[in-house]
Design a protein around this ligand. Structure first.
Ligand code: GLA
Length: 451
C-alpha cells in the first residue's frame, strides 16, 4: 500500500540532517495494528484481539537547546508545524497532524510526572497508510511520546512501564477530539512479533495468542479514507456516546433492582466486580434497561429523568442524534455478543481452529454493520467478495466508515485469493491493488537507525 512513498532509512537520515544539521538522530518506531476481532468494545472496557503490523510510523528525533517542538513530515500532505513543548499544548484545528504529537507529549507527561520541558526536532515518516483503520494516528502518538521520553532518559523499560504508558496515552489521545479506547496504544506498545494479542482493559492486561500457521491474514483497503480526527470524528464519537447513554440507563435499572447505587463507570464493568455478571445475565439486564428500537432524544431523556437539553449537555457534548432517533439496544447487543466472540476467538486460536475463528469474524462484521452502523457499502462489498473468494473470515477492521477489511485465508490459497480480490474489487484501481499480507512486528520502541 502506497509503496511509492516509502523512504529508505538512509534517505530518512539524509533528510533529517538537511533539515536539522548537527547531532545524529535517534529513531522511535511504532508498528501499525490490524484488529482481528473485538470492534468498538475497547471504550466500554471490553476486550479486543488485534495483532501488530510490520508497516510502521517512525520518527527521527534529536534534542534542542530551546523548548520548541519542531515537526516535519516526509509526506507532503502533512506540512511543517511547531509548538512550545514547555507549556500545556493547545489544540490545532481538528485533523491537524501535530495534534497527535501534542497528545503524545501530554501522555508522556502523565506517565512521567516532572518530565523536563525539553524541545525536540522530529521528522516523521510512515510505511503505514493513514485513514485505513490500521492505527496510523495512534502510532504517531506513540512515537512522539517515546521520543519525548527517550530524550529525557525516561523511556519505558519494563512491561509495567509499557502498561502504564499505554493507559496514559489512551487517555491523552482524547486531546485530538476522538473518544477512542485503549486498543491501539496497548497493541502498539505491548503486542509482539509472531502472535496476536488479546487485550483487556481497566486494568490493562495483555495475553498473547498464537496465529494459525497454515493461514495468512490479508488486509484489503477500501480506499475510502476514514480520518477519525477529521471528517469521521463525529461518526466515530457517536457510538462511545451512545454506549455511555445506554450505561446510564443500565445504572438506573440497577438502582431500581438493588435499591442502591451500584458502581458502573462503563458497560464492561457489568462483567467484572462487584456484579460479575455472565454474558447471559448482562443481556437480560439490557432487555430490562434499554428499550428496543429507535429512540429520539426526548424519550431517552425521559428515561433518564432529565430534560432533553440536560441529557444532550451531559451525554452528547460533541455529537448530534440523527432526527430519526438511535437504537441503543442494538448497541448493547453488539457489546455482549462481541465480548462473547472475542473470548471464543481467543479459544479458537489456542485450539488452532481457524474455521471457527473465521465464522466469528463474519458475525462480527455483520454486527458492526447492522447494530453499530459503522460499515459502508465499499467495506461490505469487500467482505462479500472475500467470502466468495474463499476467505475463512472477513470483516472491517478498526473504526470503520471506510478504511480496510481484514481477511483470514488458507496460506496455500493466499495468492489466488489476492488475484480474485483484484479482479472482483480493484479492476478499475490505478496501479497495484491495495491489498497486502499482514506480517506481525515487534512492539514500539526507540533505537538507532538501521544501516
Ligand atoms: C478506533 C479506535 C479504537 C477502537 C476502534 C474500534 O481504531 O482508536 O480505540 O475503538 O476504533 O474498535
Amino acid at each position: 500500500m502506497s509503496d511509492k512513498e516509502v523512504h529508505s532509512e538512509e534517505a530518512l537520515r539524509g533528510a533529517f540532517q538537511r533539515l536539522f544539521p548537527g547531532e545524529a538522530p535517534r529513531v522511535a518506531r511504532a508498528p501499525g495494528r490490524v484488529n482481528l476481532i473485538g470492534e468498538h468494545t475497547d471504550y466500554n472496557g471490553l476486550p479486543v484481539l488485534p495483532m501488530t503490523l510490520a508497516h510502521e510510523v517512525r520518527a527521527l528525533f534529536s534534542p534542542r537547546a530551546d523548548t520548541r517542538a519542531v515537526l516535519r513530515n516526509l509526506r507532503a500532505e502533512y506540512g511543517p508545524a511547531e509548538f512550545d513543548a514547555a507549556g500545556a499544548p493547545s489544540p490545532s484545528p481538528a485533523g491537524s497532524w501535530d495534534n497527535y504529537v501534542k497528545a503524545g507529549l501530554i501522555g508522556a507527561r502523565q506517565y512521567a510526572p516532572g518530565l523536563p520541558p525539553a524541545g525536540l526536532n522530529l521528522l516523521v515518516d510512515a510505511t503505514l497508510p493513514a485513514g485505513a483503520g490500521l492505527s496510523s494516528s495512534t502510532a504517531l502518538v506513540v512515537v512522539a511520546a517515546l521520543a519525548f521520553l527517550d530524550a529525557a532518559g525516561r523511556a519505558p523499560a519494563s512491561l509495567r512501564d509499557r502498561l502504564r504508558l499505554a493507559s496514559a496515552l489512551a487517555e491523552a489521545e482524547h486531546f485530538v477530539g476522538t473518544r477512542g479506547g485503549g486498543m491501539d496504544h496497548a497493541a502498539l506498545l505491548l503486542g509482539s512479533a509472531g502472535q496476536a494479542c488479546k487485550i483487556d482493559f481497566f486494568p490493562l492486561r495483555v495475553e498473547h495468542a498464537p496465529l494459525p500457521d497454515d493461514c495468512a491474514v490479508v488486509v484489503c483497503d477500501s480506499m475510502v479514507k476514514a480520518e477519525k480526527s477529521g471528517a469521521a470524528r463525529e461518526k466515530y464519537n457517536l457510538n462511545p456516546r451512545l454506549c455511555a447513554l445506554a450505561c446510564a440507563l443500565v445504572r438506573r435499572q440497577l438502582r431500581e433492582d438493588f435499591g442502591e447505587d451500584v458502581p458502573l463507570e462503563r458497560l464492561g464493568d457489568l462483567w467484572f466486580g462487584p456484579l460479575c455478571l455472565t454474558t447471559r445475565e448482562a443481556e437480560n439486564l439490557f432487555l430490562a434497561a434499554v428499550p428496543e428500537g429507535r429512540l429520539a432524544l426526548p424519550e431517552i431523556a425521559r428515561l433518564l429523568g432529565l430534560s432533553p437539553e440536560a441529557a444532550a449537555r451531559q451525554y452528547l457534548p460533541d455529537v448530534a442524534l440523527p432526527p430519526e432517533g438511535v437504537d441503543l439496544h442494538a448497541r448493547v447487543t453488539h457489546q455482549a455478543a462481541e465480548y462473547r466472540r472475542v473470548e471464543h476467538a481467543r479459544d479458537a486460536l489456542i485450539a488452532n481452529d481457524p474455521e471457527a475463528f473465521g465464522r466469528l469474524m463474519v458475525a462480527s462484521h455483520d454486527s458492526c454493520r447492522d447494530n453499530l452502523g459503522v460499515s459502508c457499502p465499499e467495506l461490505d462489498r469487500l467482505v462479500d467478495a472475500a467470502l466468495r473468494a474463499g476467505a475463512l473470515g472477513a470483516r472491517l477492521t478498526g473504526a470503520g466508515f471506510g478504511g480496510a477489511t481484514v481477511n483470514l485465508v488458507w496460506r496455500d490459497k493466499t495468492f489466488s485469493f489476492i488475484e480474485e480480490m483484484a479482479r472482483a474489487c480493484y479492476a478499475n484501481h490505478p496501479g497495484p491493488p491495495p491489498v497486502f499480507i499482514a506480517e506481525t512486528a515487534p512492539p514500539a520502541g526507540v533505537g538507532e537507525l538501521r544501516g
